[in-house]
Ligand binder design. Structure first.
Ligand SMILES: Nc1nc2c(ncn2[C@@H]2O[C@H](COP(=O)(O)OP(=O)(O)OP(=O)(O)O)[C@@H](O)[C@H]2O)c(=O)[nH]1
Length: 382
């Protein structure tokens, strides 16, 4: 590539982003908002089919009820009527007919507290303005959009945005060749490896950051990272069955971390749902009472990100192994035209169930939460 002076970097023209193979050719302009991706033309509008039902302004149930005479009865009557009325929302979210366009903007190495390393990839897309993430374990999985050469960028620019092979170290000058680790970086991709382990994770502030025992989201995130980062020889005999069955970690793994807090309804609405749960509703009923679908998520972004990471059927016909208990997710991740192949579903058994209550989350709330996921959301926790 051209050897441009370093001062060229801050003055680069806006990036032009060629459409990805998965992207829609054209989007109708009947909808809203800017996107993180510029295409050199005006940002295409979103078709209605891509808009999440979560954007519908919710109304709090019971808000117009007179709760003073018999508040419990009034609330329950309201709940029953509302759920009957919104029964259609319990259906699985509609699959997007076309995948969004995604672009990995930056990647950085993150050493983790358990000793493993991961590469955090930050994505922009043409569907929303959120910073969705891919947490990549191992050095075999690379983002095609990140590796693309931007017009006029310097070697330093490439290294700063994470588009390098091998490792960064003081004094390194080339993004393409890491002289200290040349052998490792050049041998990448030459050996046949097992299908990568993949987890599609939805953001959960309460479960991942605020120590909530209402759900197992934090535990699932930790467990996914553990399974993807443990070298096989470190798996002891008390490791969970799904870890024991992993034949090789050489292919690494990916956690696609989607900013779909509260199953797509957002943190504020999820907190309202928690209050409704304390008033007697289960996790599904609470969403419906708030006039949200039971599950407002979509997974087109995850499919597009997996394709960008070389996990799509186009370059990875062996498919991926998906860590999930959610049957809807398996089909949704595969995309409208099976752009990604899920070769195997790897269940995520709650730690408390695996260890007979010795470890893991203990609370009456989580028992009810898991029970409802099995009975109403079809989760296969086995
Ligand atoms: N609306 C709502 N969202 C919740 C609740 N508890 C957890 N969540 C959200 O649910 C999402 C995680 O989804 P889960 O249902 O645990 O799991 P899943 O992704 O469907 O399936 P798995 O792959 O098996 O984990 C996160 O976005 C959480 O914030 C709740 O009670 N109500």
């Amino acid at each position: 590539m051209a050897d441009l002076p370093a001062h060229a970097s801050p003055k680069l023209p806006p990036q032009s982003h060629p459409p990805t193979s998965s992207g829609p050719d054209a989007l109708p302009d009947d909808a809203s908002q800017g996107s993180g991706i510029t295409t050199g033309q005006q940002t295409p509008a979103l078709p209605n089919s891509l808009l999440s039902p979560a954007f519908t302004p919710p109304a709090t149930p019971g808000g117009t009820l007179n709760l003073t005479s018999n508040p419990t009865k009034a609330l329950h009557e309201s709940q029953a009527a509302s759920i009957r009325h919104q029964g259609e929302h319990t259906k699985a979210p509609k699959l997007l007919s076309q995948l969004p366009q995604v672009e990995c903007i930056v990647r950085a190495r993150i050493p983790t507290t358990n000793g493993a390393e991961m590469f955090l990839h930050l994505y922009h897309n043409d569907m929303d303005n959120k910073e969705h993430l891919a947490i990549v374990f191992g050095n075999k999985i690379r983002s095609q959009s990140l590796d693309r050469v931007y017009p006029g960028e310097t070697e330093m620019d490439r290294m700063i945005r994470g588009a390098y092979v091998g490792k960064l170290h003081p004094g390194r000058v080339s993004s393409w060749f890491d002289d200290e680790k040349n052998a490792e970086s050049q041998s990448e991709g030459q050996t046949k490896v097992e299908p990568p382990l993949v987890r599609i994770h939805s953001e959960c502030y309460t479960g991942e950051t605020a120590w909530s025992a209402r759900c197992d989201c934090g535990e699932q995130l930790d467990e996914a990272a553990r399974l993807m980062s443990f070298p096989v020889e470190d798996l002891s005999s008390d490791a969970p069955p799904e870890a024991q069955s992993l034949r090789s970690h050489s292919a690494g793994g990916v956690i696609i971390y989607l900013r779909q807090e509260g199953r797509g309804i957002g943190l504020g609405e999820k907190l309202k749902a928690y209050n409704l749960q304390d008033l007697g509703s289960d996790t599904v009923e609470a969403n419906l009472l708030l006039r949200h679908p039971a599950d407002a998520r979509s997974y087109g972004l995850a499919t597009a990100m997996l394709m960008d990471l070389g996990c799509g059927a186009d370059v990875n016909p062996d498919g991926v192994r998906l860590l999930t208990n959610n049957p809807d997710k398996v089909r949704a991740i595969e995309g409208p035209n099976r752009e990604v192949l899920v070769k195997e579903r790897v269940p995520m058994i709650p730690l408390a169930w695996r260890t007979g209550g010795q470890r893991g989350i203990k609370s009456s709330e989580i028992e009810g939460y898991l029970k409802t996921k099995i009975s109403k959301m079809g989760h296969m926790i086995q």
